[in-house]
Design a protein around this ligand. Structure first.
Ligand code: FAD
Length: 409
């Protein structure tokens, strides 16, 4: 069946990339992008890298308004899709309107996970997923002397560093025995523990909040070791859950996200899923994975757009990520899943080094701290399938850049 109408649910990074790339790739049919957030689609990463300049600040658009107009992308912003009717090839909006599609792209992203904590009124907790959350946090900053952050992952630690820059006392509660343990090598986790402690943050590993009691406009948080923290605000940064409900109710296969194949097609050939919500087979992992990153959202959006425009290719892009925590700039190329060894290149005492991460003798990822040149070289080597031996990685005199294959003349 020829496709003359693509509907995209979600106006985040993946949805926007897909819409714009469709037109760029020569798709001439109609493109409708439906998103439940009212703002012009915006970038999420800056929300945790610096505080908004004011609560009205909305200076983070992904694309200027003109791009959507010129690309003839119909934006339905501030509208929610409530169901997918696969038999009729239609989605239904909360106002009852039905929007037909030839192909549907689900880019519904994820929302913050709230672990069960006795006595916690989640409506009083701060979080950082959307511009609306960032506005709320910005509006509260002046009254804060102490903040408790639940979760020692990227976002929790980025926020901790920002709060410390304003001299606000911070306790970070992390369930695991190291920081950012889901994504980083133990060496890099240890470096960030030291850095955050130097910033003055109290990091409490292997600690969870057992219960919360309200004390006027403050909170008393009882920890798993029975300590109690008196705090002005609680920031929830304990990971995310993918927004799969629409897909699940429509009978699509779900398993920690919407299950897609390497072309990013769901179990229904008229429906694709991309971005944070898509559980996809990834050649850089040891199997299926759901990635939460700008790279993944952008490249999956482009991959689906190319297929719908008749230029099909499987999704095999190299994953990469970044995180800015105060002055510290962390960049990661590849995935550390299944790692069993790591080699340091440089000296942690300089706070400028890279960790080369291995599965067996195979280089699978490179984590660079304040070493952007290492990161760029690592991306090119990994993408080209060049293995760096552990000896080469550990030897600062080994010229890794010279190993990058030259493009054919
Ligand atoms: C604070 C923060 C900092 C980050 N920093 C980094 C970083 O430094 N580097 C990095 O690589 N990544 C970072 N990320 C992750 C990155 O932003 C995400 O991976 C990316 O935004 C995922 O894009 P997406 O389009 O899949 O999902 P989203 O951007 O979440 O967009 C999904 C959209 O769909 C909407 N939606 C959901 N259900 C419906 C429905 N039924 N109807 C209509 N609309 C719906 C949602 O409201 C949302 O607007 C950060 C994320 C956050 C929150």
């Amino acid at each position: 069946m020829s496709i003359s109408r693509v509907v995209i649910i979600g106006s985040g990074q993946a949805g926007v990339e897909c819409a714009v790339a469709l037109r760029h790739d020569g798709f001439s049919g109609s493109i409708v992008m439906i998103g439940d957030e009212p703002d012009l689609p915006y970038q999420r990463p800056p929300l945790s890298k610096e505080f908004l300049k004011s609560v009205e600040d909305s200076s983070l658009p992904l694309k200027g308004e003109a791009v959507y107009t010129q690309s003839e992308i119909e934006r339905r912003l501030g509208e929610t899709v409530v169901s997918i009717d696969r038999a009729a090839n239609e989605v239904e909006l909360s106002n009852g309107e039905r929007v037909p599609y030839d192909h549907l792209v689900i880019a519904t992203g994820a929302r913050n996970r709230f672990p069960p904590i006795e006595g916690l009124d989640t409506s009083k907790v701060l979080e950082l997923r959307t511009l609306a959350h960032a506005r709320t946090l910005t509006g509260r900053l002046d009254g804060l002397k102490h903040v408790t952050i639940i979760g020692g992952g990227f976002i929790g630690l980025e926020v901790a560093a920002l709060l410390r820059q304003r001299d606000i006392a911070v306790d970070v509660l992390e369930f695991a025995d190291r920081l950012m343990g889901r994504v980083l090598s133990p060496m890099m986790s240890a470096q960030f523990l030291r850095l955050h402690e130097e910033m003055g943050t109290r990091i409490r590993l292997q600690t969870v909040a057992k219960s919360v009691a309200e004390k006027g406009d403050r909170f008393a948080v009882t920890l798993s070791n029975d300590d109690t923290l008196e705090t002005d605000a609680i920031v929830m940064a304990a990971g995310v859950v993918p927004n799969v409900e629409l897909a699940a109710e429509a009978g699509l296969e779900i398993d920690n996200g919407i299950v897609v194949d390497e072309m990013l097609l769901t179990s229904d050939p008229s429906i694709s899923a991309i971005g944070d919500v898509a559980n996809h087979p990834n050649v850089w992992a040891t199997g299926r994975i759901r990635l939460e990153s700008v790279q993944n959202a952008v490249d999956q959006g482009k991959c689906v757009a190319a297929r719908l425009a008749g230029k099909s290719y499987p999704y095999r892009d190299l994953p990469w990520f970044w995180s800015h925590q105060g002055k510290q700039k962390l960049q990661i190329a590849g995935l550390t899943v299944g790692m069993d060894d790591a080699v340091m290149r440089g000296d942690p005492a300089d706070n400028k080094f890279s960790v080369f991460v291995y599965r067996g003798d195979q280089l699978i990822a490179v984590e660079s701290l304040n070493a952007p040149a290492d990161h760029m070289v690592a991306r090119r080597l990994l993408a080209a399938g060049i293995n760096v031996t552990k000896e080469q990685a550990a030897d600062p005199a080994a010229d890794l850049k010279s190993m990058i294959p030259r493009p054919a003349a």
